[in-house]
Design a protein around this ligand. Sequence first.
Ligand SMILES: *Cc1c(COP(=O)(O)O)cnc(C)c1O
Length: 219
Amino acid sequence: MSITENLNQIKSEIPDYVDLVAVSKTKPAGDIQEAYDAGQRLFGENKARETEDKYDELPKDIAWHFIGHLQRNKVKYIAPFVELIHSLDSPRLAKEINKRAKNEERSIKCLLQLHISGEETKFGFDREEALEFLSSEKFSNMKNIEIAGAMGMALHTDDATILRKQFTELRKFYEELKSEFPAAKHLSMGMTNDYQVAIDEGSNMIRLGSSIFGERHYD
Ligand SMILES: *Cc1c(COP(=O)(O)O)cnc(C)c1O
């Protein structure tokens, strides 16, 4: 199936309130243009320089979302234009995003990435760390970051019981967040492998790559 057919198929299956982020990392501009021509406007990338290059080359009404771990020394490349950073995963990164956003005289929307998969290696806050950070004085001085919701990645598994448990944990955190931050309206959870379960568990933003663009090839 083509990119256009994949997109149309997925959009016909998901509820209207769910935002679809087309994860175009590693894919060439031509693939993104095809999705754009099919009406897609939200794209997700996980390398800052690659995002900047694609931003320069492609139509300016694309909303670029940053979805992977963001190194602090790379924030500057995306700060002028990024629409949403899904992966705010530490206070030090927040400090840098705030600084770069201020330089650009803008505010940058961020999702707090919560660590839900139980794996040691995955980035993100624990619930307690996140709440502590949000109530800190440090954070209250970060005027150029807007907390726009929560994001998480479940364990890569087909076991729906595990997925539901991890997504439920994230949804509860999101509800807590929303009660404090009215602008926190996005719950970014669900990828190709698990988005149906994620939507069942309350997701309103899914990040799909391979089901739209096909398998990725890394060299
Ligand atoms: C690559 C990636 C995705 C998309 O993965 P697929 O399995 O191809 O849908 C979603 N979220 C994040 C954070 C990613 O890095």
